[in-house]
Design a protein around this ligand. Structure first.
Ligand code: BES
Ligand code: ZN
Length: 890
C-alpha cells in the first residue's frame, strides 16, 4: 500500500484515513494527518446496569462545535463491536448511521446533548480491552482504544471531558463499586441491587476512564500531602490476598512523597485507589484516581515474591502514580506522542528507584534491559523512532523504543543541562500544558525555554530510529589526549538517510599507573569531532559513556589490559561493570565466530576469570554491586554484537555458537574459581533474611550456583537442593529451582513437585513454576513446554499464564533457536492459537521471529517460513497482521 497517498477524511480524523481496507490490510494511520476533532465534549454521563454477561450502558454526551477545528455537521463516535440500541439528540430520535464500526450522527446546531444506549457482554471479552470479567469481578482497560468497546465515543486522547458515572448491580456479586474521582452518592436499589455515583472533576480523555465492580477488600493508609491535604489510599484485592499488599501501599506513599520532593508535584484528589486483577494484558494502568494493576505488580511477601518482584512492584506503583502528572494532568494529543507520557514517566520511575535502591545497580539493570530489548528492536524490521510516523495498530507501539529509549532521550537532556535546570524545564512544561493534550514538541520546547538550551538538533532523536554507533580514535600530544569521536546512525526501515545527533558523553581519562582523571561531559554534535582532554598520568585509558549518558554503541578496540584495569579501578561503578561487559562481549563474539586463535581464546578467558576473581575478592564492593559484576552479557545482546550494525553482507548472529561460547566461558569461570564461588555461596547462605546485607547475599548466592552448575553439575545439584530445602524466602527457592531445572538430576523433579504442591493455590507462584521450566537450560525444554501446555493449570485465556510459559520459552535462546526450527514452529503455533482470543498478547510474540534477518541463513529461513505461514493463515487481527507483515518487509 502506498501510504504517501492515503486520503484524509473531511473531519481530518486520522483514524479514518483509508476507510475501506481489504480485510487483510488494515489502514495505515499517519502522524501528519492529525486534525483536531470537530466537536468538544465538555461533559459525559455514563449509566451502567452491571451484569457479567449483559451490561447496559447509557452514555450522555454534551457536545459543542470545536472553534479550533474545521466545522462538520457530523459527529463521529468510535465503536468496536458495538450495536446502538437507541440514539437520541436533545431528547428526540436522531438521524444516524453506522460507518464500519463507528456511529455517525448528524447534528444541525452548535451545541447538543447526544444519548446512546448499548449493551455489552463482559464475560465474552477475551481480548481484555474495554469492560471485561475477571474472577467474577468486572473491570476495564481503555488505553489505547478500549473505551470504544464500552460505548460509542470520540475515543482519542485529545478529546477531554469531565465524567459523572452511575453504576448499579447486584450487591452480592459486586459489593464494591469503584470509578474515577470521588464517590458522591450511593444507595440501595430493588431486588438486591445497589448503586453508586462517582464524579471526576478533572477533564480527561476516554483512555483514562475506569470502572471496577466486585468482591474486594482494601488495605488503606492515608497520605498527607505537602500542603496538608489528606489523601485516602487504598489497595483493593480479593480477601485471600490482603496480607500481601503492604509493600504496594508503602511504595505508593514513597512515590507520592518523592514526586513532591523531586518534581514538586502533588496529588490532586482526596482518593487514590489501586485494584489488583489477575487477568490483565499489561503490567498496570494509570486511570485517573483508579489504577488497575496486574496482581503481579501488587502482591508481594517474602514467601511468594522474590527481591526482584518487590522491586518491580515498587517501580510499577511509582510509574503509574507519576503518570498522574506526566500523562493525566498533561496528556497526549495523539498516540504518536506516546513517548511524551511513557518515556518521561519511565525516566521518572527510574530516578525514583535509583533514589530508593542505589544509583549504580539500578542504572546497570536499566541499561541491561535497554540492550536486551531495545537495541535488537532498533536493529530489526520493527525499528521505529520514539515518536513514530505511522501505525496500523497502536497497541504494537508500546515498545521498548517508546518506553526505554524514550526515557534515555529525556535523560540525555537532563545530563546536558544538569538537575536544577532540567527541573526548571519540567516545571515550565507542567505549567504551560496543565489540562492540555500536548506533543513531544511541546515538551522539548518547554525544556529548551525552561532549561535555557538550544535543542534544535537534539530533536532528531525523536525522529530517527536506529542505535547510533560512536567510534573513537586517540592520540597523545604532551599532556593532552586528542580524542576523535565519530558517529553514524544505521539505516532503518523507511529511513535510508540519517543526520548526526547530539550525543552527550561523560568521559574521564585515567592512567594505568592508577591515577584517576576527572569526569567531563562532551557533546558530540557532528559526524566527527575532536576533543582535547587532559591526561592524569602515563598510559592513558579512556573511560567513556560513563553512567551510560547516551544510548549508543561505542565501537573501539581497547586492549584487554585496559579493560581489566577499568573493571577493577574505574571510580564510576557503571563504567566498571561496563568494562567487564566489553571484555566479555569481545571475547564471546570472537569465540562464537571462530575468529580467535587458541592463544587469544585462552588469554581472553584468563582476563575475564581474573576480573571475576578481583570482583569476588574486592571487599570494598557490596554484594548487590558484586552481583552485577558477575553477570555475563545476555545472549540476545551478544546476537546484536555479533551481527554488528546490520550492514549488508556483514556477519550474522549464530545463536548456537553464541550459546556454546557463553556456556563454555561460564564453565571455565566455574572451574577456575570453584573454591571462591563455593566460599561465596556458603558465606551468603549464612546471612539471615532480614539482615541489611540479606538482599545482596541472596543475589550472589544464586549467581554463584549458576557458575558452579556450568562447571560441576553434580556439585551444583547438591548445593541447589540444599539451598532449596533451607530456603525461608522465594528468592532463594526460585534461584535454587532455576539451577536445578537446567540440570539432569533427580532433585529437579522432586523439588519441582514440592514447589507445585506448596503453591498450587497461588497463581502468581504457579506462573513462576511454568517459567522456570520454560526458561531452563535443560536439553528437553521443548518437550517440557509441550507437556506443560497440556497441564490442567494452563490456559491461553490468562495473559500471565501465557507469558509464564510461552513468552518465557520465546526468551530462552537455546531452546527457541533449536537448529531444526521446532522452537520457531511452536511459537508460531501459539501466535495462531492466541490471535483470535487475545490479539494484543499474540502480537507480542512476533518480534522474536522477526529478528530472522540478523541470524545465520539456516535458522533465518526457518524463522521466515513461520512468519509466512502465519500470514498465509489469513483472518489475522490488526495487531498480528501489522507485526508479521512488517517483519517480512523490513
Ligand atoms: N499506560 C501504560 C499501560 C498500558 C500499556 C496501557 C499499553 C495500554 C497499552 C502504563 O502506564 C505502563 O506503561 N505500564 C507498564 C509498566 C511500566 C512500569 C513501564 C506495563 O504495563 O508494562
Ligand atoms: Zn506508563
Amino acid at each position: 500500500m502506498d501510504i504517501a497517498t492515503n486520503p484524509t477524511t473531511p473531519d481530518g480524523n486520522p483514524e479514518l484515513a483509508d476507510a475501506a481496507p481489504t480485510p487483510h490490510e488494515p489502514p495505515v494511520i499517519r502522524r501528519e494527518d492529525y486534525r483536531p476533532f470537530a466537536w468538544l465534549v465538555p461533559s459525559t454521563r455514563l449509566d451502567f446496569r452491571l451484569a457479567l454477561d449483559a451490561t447496559r450502558v447509557t452514555a450522555t454526551l454534551t457536545v459543542e462545535r470545536n472553534p479550533a477545528a474545521d466545522a462538520s455537521p457530523e459527529l463521529r463516535l468510535n465503536g468496536d463491536s458495538l450495536t446502538a440500541q437507541s440514539v437520541m439528540v436533545d431528547g428526540a430520535p436522531a438521524e444516524w448511521r453506522m460507518e464500519g464500526p463507528d456511529l455517525v450522527v448528524t447534528l444541525p446546531g452548535d451545541r447538543h446533548v447526544v444519548e446512546v444506549v448499548t449493551t455489552i457482554d463482559p464475560s465474552a471479552n477475551t481480548q481484555l480491552m474495554g469492560l471485561y470479567a475477571s474472577n467474577g469481578m468486572l473491570c476495564t482497560q481503555c488505553e489505547s482504544e478500549g473505551f470504544r468497546r464500552i460505548t460509542f465515543f470520540p475515543d482519542r486522547p485529545d478529546v477531554l471531558s469531565t465524567y459523572a458515572v452511575r453504576m448499579e448491580g447486584e450487591r452480592d456479586a459486586f459489593p464494591i463499586l469503584l470509578c474515577n474521582g470521588n464517590r458522591v452518592a450511593e444507595g440501595e436499589g430493588e431486588n438486591g441491587t445497589h448503586w453508586a455515583e462517582w464524579h471526576d472533576p478533572w477533564p480527561k480523555p476516554s483512555y483514562l476512564f475506569a470502572l471496577v465492580a466486585g468482591d474486594l477488600v482494601a488495605n488503606s493508609k492515608p497520605f498527607t500531602t505537602a500542603t496538608g491535604r489528606v489523601v485516602e489510599c487504598n489497595v483493593w484485592v480479593r480477601k485471600e490476598d490482603l496480607a500481601r499488599t503492604d509493600h504496594a501501599l508503602e511504595s505508593l506513599h514513597r512515590s507520592m512523597a518523592w514526586d513532591e520532593e523531586v518534581f514538586g508535584r502533588e496529588y490532586d484528589l482526596d482518593l487514590y485507589n489501586i485494584v489488583a486483577v489477575s487477568d490483565f494484558n499489561m503490567g498496570a494502568m494509570e486511570n485517573k484516581g483508579l489504577n488497575v494493576f496486574n496482581t503481579k505488580y501488587v502482591l508481594a511477601d517474602p514467601d511468594t515474591a522474590t527481591d526482584a518482584d518487590f522491586d518491580a512492584v515498587e517501580g510499577v506503583i511509582a510509574h503509574e502514580y507519576f503518570h498522574n502528572w506526566s500523562g493525566n494532568r498533561v496528556t497526549c494529543r495523539d498516540w504518536f506522542q506516546l513517548a511524551l507520557k511513557e518515556g518521561f514517566t519511565v525516566l521518572r520511575d527510574q530516578l525514583f528507584s535509583q533514589d530508593m535502591r542505589g544509583e549504580a545497580v539500578k542504572r546497570i539493570e536499566d541499561v541491561r534491559i535497554l540492550r536486551a530489548a531495545q537495541f535488537p528492536e532498533d536493529a530489526g524490521p520493527l525499528a521505529h523512532p520514539i515518536r513514530p510516523d505511522s501505525y496500523r495498530e497502536i497497541s504494537n507501539f508500546y515498545t521498548a523504543t517508546v518506553y526505554n529509549k524514550g526515557a534515555e532521550v529525556i535523560r540525555m537532556m537532563r545530563s546536558m543541562v544538569g538537575e536544577a535546570r532540567f527541573r526548571a524545564g519540567c516545571d515550565l512544561y507542567f505549567d504551560r500544558h496543565d489540562g492540555e493534550a500536548a506533543t513531544c514538541e511541546d515538551f522539548v520546547k518547554a525544556i529548551e525555554d525552561g532549561a535555557e538550551i538550544d535543542l534544535t538538533r537534539f530533536r532528531r532523536w525523536y525522529a530517527q530510529a536506529g542505535t547510533p554507533r560512536v567510534t573513537m580514535r586517540q592520540a597523545v600530544e604532551g599532556d593532552t589526549l586528542r580524542l576523535t569521536l565519530g558517529q553514524s546512525v544505521p539505516v532503518t526501515p523507511g529511513q535510508p538517510d540519517k543526520l548526526p545527533m547530539p550525543i552527550p558523553l561523560k568521559i574521564a581519562v585515567h592512567s594505568r599507573s592508577g591515577a584517576l582523571g576527572a569526569e567531563r561531559l562532551v557533546v558530540l554534535e557532528d559526524e566527527e569531532q575532536t576533543f582535547d582532554l587532559s591526561i592524569a598520568g602515563p598510559d592513558p585509558v579512556v573511560s567513556v559513556n560513563r553512567g551510560f549518558t547516551a544510548p549508543v554503541v561505542i565501537e573501539r578496540d581497547l586492549q584487554r589490559e585496559d579493560l581489566v584495569f577499568l573493571a577493577a579501578h574505574d571510580d564510576d561503578p557503571f563504567a566498571r561493570s561496563e568494562a567487564l561487559q566489553e571484555l566479555a562481549v569481545g571475547h564471546l563474539v570472537g569465540a562464537a565466530s571462530g575468529a580467535l586463535s587458541a592463544d587469544d581464546r585462552q588469554a581472553g578467558e584468563a582476563a575475564i576469570i581474573g576480573a571475576f576473581r578481583s570482583s569476588l575478592a574486592d571487599n570494598a564492593l557490596d554484594d548487590a554491586m558484586r552481583g552485577e559484576l558477575l553477570v555475563l552479557p545476555s545472549e540476545t545482546y551478544l546476537f546484536e554484537a555479533m551481527a554488528g550494525s546490520g550492514a549488508a553482507g556483514e556477519r550474522k548472529a549464530d545463536p548456537g555458537a553464541i550459546h556454546a561460547a557463553r556456556e563454555g566461558l561460564k564453565a571455565a569461570i566455574g572451574t577456575a574459581l570453584a573454591r571462591e564461588l563455593a566460599a561465596l555461596h556458603a558465606r551468603a547462605c549464612a546471612v539471615a533474611l532480614d539482615h541489611p546485607e540479606g538482599r545482596g547475599a541472596r543475589k550472589v548466592k544464586t549467581i554463584a550456583l549458576g557458575l558452579v552448575a556450568a562447571a560441576d553439575p553434580a556439585k551444583a545439584a547438591q548445593l541447589a537442593a540444599a539451598q532449596y530445602d533451607a530456603a525461608d524466602n522465594m528468592t532463594d527457592r526460585q534461584g535454587a529451582l532455576m539451577v536445578l531445572c537446567g540440570l539432569d538430576t533427580p532433585h529437579r523433579e522432586t523439588r519441582l513437585a514440592v514447589f507445585y504442591e506448596r503453591y498450587r493455590d497461588n497463581a502468581l507462584v504457579i506462573d513462576k513454576w511454568f517459567t522456570l521450566q520454560a526458561l531452563s537450560l535443560h536439553p528437553d525444554v521443548i518437550a517440557h513446554v509441550r507437556k506443560l501446555a497440556e497441564h490442567p493449570d494452563f490456559t491461553l485465556k490468562n495473559p500471565n499464564r501465557v507469558r509464564s510459559l510461552h513468552m518465557a520459552f520465546a526468551g530462552n535462546p537455546k531452546a527457541f533457536h533449536k537448529a531444526d526450527g521446532e522452537g520457531y514452529r511452536m511459537v508460531a503455533d501459539v501466535i495462531l492459537a492466541l490471535d483470535p482470543i487475545n490479539p494484543q498478547t499474540a502480537a507480542r510474540f512476533v518480534p522474536a521471529l522477526g529478528r530472522w534477518r540478523r541470524i545465520e541463513p539456516g535458522r533465518a529461513a526457518l524463522m521466515k517460513a513461520e512468519l509466512e505461514r502465519i500470514l498465509a493463515a489469513g483472518n489475522l487481527s490488526r495487531d498480528t497482521f501489522e507485526q508479521v507483515s512488517r517483519s517480512l518487509e523490513g
